[in-house]
Unconditional design. Sequence first.
Length: 353
Amino acid sequence: MAQTRSRPTPTKEEILAQVHSLLDGPDDDLSSVLMKEILVGVLRLRESRLDLLDLKIVNRAMKELRHAFGVFQAYRGRPKISIFGSARTQPDDPNYQLAYRFARLIVQHGFMVITGGADGIMRACQEGAGRENSFGVNILLPFEQGPNAVIADDPKLITFKYFFTRKLTFQKEANAIALFPGGFGTHDEGFEILTLTQTGKSDPQPIVCLQAPGCDYWNHWYDFIADQLLGRGLINQEDLSLFKIFDSEQQAVAEILTFYRRYHSIRFVGRQLAMRLKHPLSDAQVADVNDRFKDLLSEGVFEQRGPLPEELDEPAVKDLPRLVFLFNRRSAGRLRQLIDHLNALPGPTLPPV
């Protein structure tokens, strides 16, 4: 799985020394506390007398996540986009060429790309982004999914056995999502991301669906969503705001950059949602938000302020203004509409796409 040379297995004495060092860690350090909880969880696995297969799954999943988090750790300061699409798309397909241009353009604005690392759309994006700006998040399959020539043997290529650890990595590390035409896998990944966004299990982020001019792939998909899901009352009208469809790389990249024009990030503190902004709002703009988006509130009002006391553990964002409110936690689509509204207000000019 890992691309680095494995270290020798530590001796019993070395393991015991590391355990003692961990147990002696300070109780007021969250990292130390979490590591102790992980250790206790491992000991309880033995108490549970799980089947061998269960233990293999736990062991492999922990190894995969530990390795993946370690690979991404050195690149935390750069925004990233996870890109999905068919491994079967050929270089002469207009969607392959669109994927190449899209990846080339998005890295010019500071992003790195994360793909499945295989051929088709994934290879097109890594050709466009360049090896130095690419991660491959590959999956062990009996067909199709060997790493492409662009990312093969790169330290940023990670190979997973389990889809669930792979999909967690795609979502956790991404600041934006791009979907190109693809098969079951693309829809599996796309719908999971939409589900996580709609249910508030992931933070808001731009989700763009791209198709080449003249291709109607996402148009038919949208018709199904509107006719069968919305038409039957299975989703809300505002849920259609969670994604947007484009047929040019310039439009898709502009959508991603615009999403982060004023919006920075969110953090829940108890019942409060703190929406961090890159630029403050005027009093009149705050009043307008309270009028337009009061349906997002469980109670109270939108208040612009500095960081909540609990946010001071993130010094990198402590100076950003916040829009703090009691979010009803039901309306992810409306929350996205609020972000779009804030980004559309007068403010700094974006660089040309």
